[in-house]
Structure formats: structure tokens, C-alpha cells
Design a protein around this ligand. Sequence first.
Ligand code: NPQ
Ligand code: MG
Length: 369
Amino acid sequence: MKLTGVEIRTIELPLVSPFRTSFGTETVREALLVRVVTDEAEGWGECGAGTAPLYSSEYTHASADVLSRYLIPALAEVTDLNAHKVAPALAAFKGHRMAKAALETAVLDADLRARGVSFGHALGAVRDTVPCGVSVGIMESIPALLDAVAAYLEVGYLRIKLKIEPGWDVEPVRAVRERFGDILLQVDANTAYGRGDARHLAGLDPFDLLLVEQPLPEDDLLGHAELAKRIATPICLDESIVSARAAADAIALGACQIVNIKPGRVGGYLEARRIHDVCAAHGVPVWCGGMLETGLGRAANVALAALPGFLLPGDTSASDRYYRTDITPPFRLQDGHLAVPTGPGLGVTPIPDVLEAVTVTTKWVPVNP
Ligand code: NPQ
Ligand code: MG
């Protein structure tokens, strides 16, 4: 393929309800979409970065800036473009994995659309539907949390993840376990604890959680390895796993027993698949995380979650968990599962009117021959 140019678009999608984590409360998802135009097809990619650098160092405006200033110009130098050439072409630029992932995804989408191959088929999917969990934010009160969890179980979610932070951990977990019994239940701290909190976190042990996700800071692999010896709940890493090498290191150190794979966090779907392969080789189960994606990012995540090593339900929730109107035809939960798209590439495209209505800015970055 030959690149013609890339469109960078920021959108703002209102959330159906505020989503509170240990790092802040979101009421609107600001997201960055990239559309690559080539001589053969167009492709879409979604950047996982949030408005502010609170989940990781990346944020929307920085991603847009590095894309237009450095990443797209570097990609313009590549001949016979395909997705496998993207990461090597961008490797000189440090970090910015979510921006790189968006660009690689868009190139992969264009390539697959041109060849009539679906994302799932290209990645190695072995299922045509994937089991879905839901991530439940920190609430005002335990009764409000129980109402929210009841509603998600009612519509069929197969696993509940509770966001936790100091002051909102053991008691909400106890309340959910007591009210709903033997459901699949896990928690996510988004780095809110420290090395001194091992005894406190051991207070989660009686509740038979599937896992505790990222209790300690991103760069504290050793702290997680020490914590793993002191608590019974399996540790799952999210923020710390920035590459296949980081996954191999974390496993070798005993820092995690389970891995959350988010393609944006690791630089794209090709690196995400390598992490899947590393984990499978070590017998470490993986599951697909989520970044409040629109239908575009969701489509690719659902395809990834259909790989054989994805052994736990993901944060691949239905569109209406987050958005009243998605920018693509909505993903709908059926018996707790989402269908893996089967059309070429991502299998979905934005609905033009909806996309226009939520667009805040667009920038066309031409690639001169
Ligand atoms: C996680 N996601 O697993 C993330 C955190 C997260 C579904 O729990 C804007 C941008 C809002 C990124 C909210 C879920 C976000 C965000 C939460 C990431 O850690
Ligand atoms: Mg997480």
C-alpha cells in the first residue's frame, strides 16, 4: 500500500453515567481517532489516551501532537506499507504507545479491508463470540454499588470488576460477595496502593476474588512480586505491562499470575498478540482490558479477545455500558457475549452523521510523494 495521508480527529462522547476510578471521574470520553488513506483502502484506529495523563503518561493532545509532528511523517518514508512495518518505522520515538497503536491499527485495518480479511481472522481468533465482564466505578455508597452490580448481572454480564482505592475496597467487596454469592468477581486499583499496604490488601483474601489488578505503581514489578508472596488473591498487571518483554519479566519475577492485555498500552495489536503468546507459553491466563473505547476500538478488542489464551472474561462490555449512541452500530450483549465482527478489517465503520455530531477537531496530515 501507498499512504496518501492521515486524518486525526478528536471526538467527545458523553458517558451514560460518570465513571470514577482511583485516578479521577470521567463524564465525557474525549477520544482520538485516526483514519489512514492509502491507494488501496482506508483504515481506522482509535487512540486509548484519556484527556489527562492520569491512567498513564499519555493524553489526547500529546498523542495528536506526536502523531502529526513525528509518527505520521516517519510512516510516510515507508515503502510498500503494511502493519508489520509500522512499529519498526516508529521505534526511534520513545514511548507514545497509544498513539503508535492507533496508527498501526489503522494501517492494519486498511490492509485487511483491501484484502477482504477480518481482524479476528488475521489475529488468530478461535471463537466467534467472547464472554464479557463489566468494570464498575467507585460509587457514592454501598447501596448504590449494589444497585449498579444488580443491573449489570441482570443484563447478563458474566464477571464483575470493582474499581477500588484506599477507603473503598474490603467493604464494597464484602457487600457484593454477600449479596450476589458465587459470581465471578475481581478488583482493579489502578496503582492506588503502596508497598506498605500488603497486610491491608490481604484483607481481600477471604472473598475468593479472581484477581487484584495493578495494586502498585506501574514501575514497581519487584513490589508486586513481594506482594504476591503476602496475599492469596492472584495479582494481575495492567499498567506495568507495556510490552512483551515487560510481560516476560513480570512472569519471571513472580510479579503477576494473570495479565490484562490492552493493545493501546503496549503499542498495538501485533505486540498484544506477542504478549498473548508469551503468556500462553508460560501458562499465564490473559484477558482483554478496556479504555472506554468507541465501537471502533471495541471491534478490534473483541477480535483479540477471541484468541485461545484469553481465558477470563474481558472488559469488552457492550456499547450501551458507556454510550447512549456509539459512533458505530452498537455492540450488543447476547447471553453475556459479544459477537466477533466478521467483515473485512474491523468489520465496522463510523456512522457519518453520528461521527460529525461528536467531532470537535479534525486535522488532515498529507503525505507528499
Ligand atoms: C483499567 N479501564 O482497566 C481501565 C482504566 C480506565 C474499563 O476499568 C478515560 C481514558 C477513562 C482511559 C477510565 C476500565 C478511563 C481510562 C478507566 C482508563 O484500568
Ligand atoms: Mg486496569
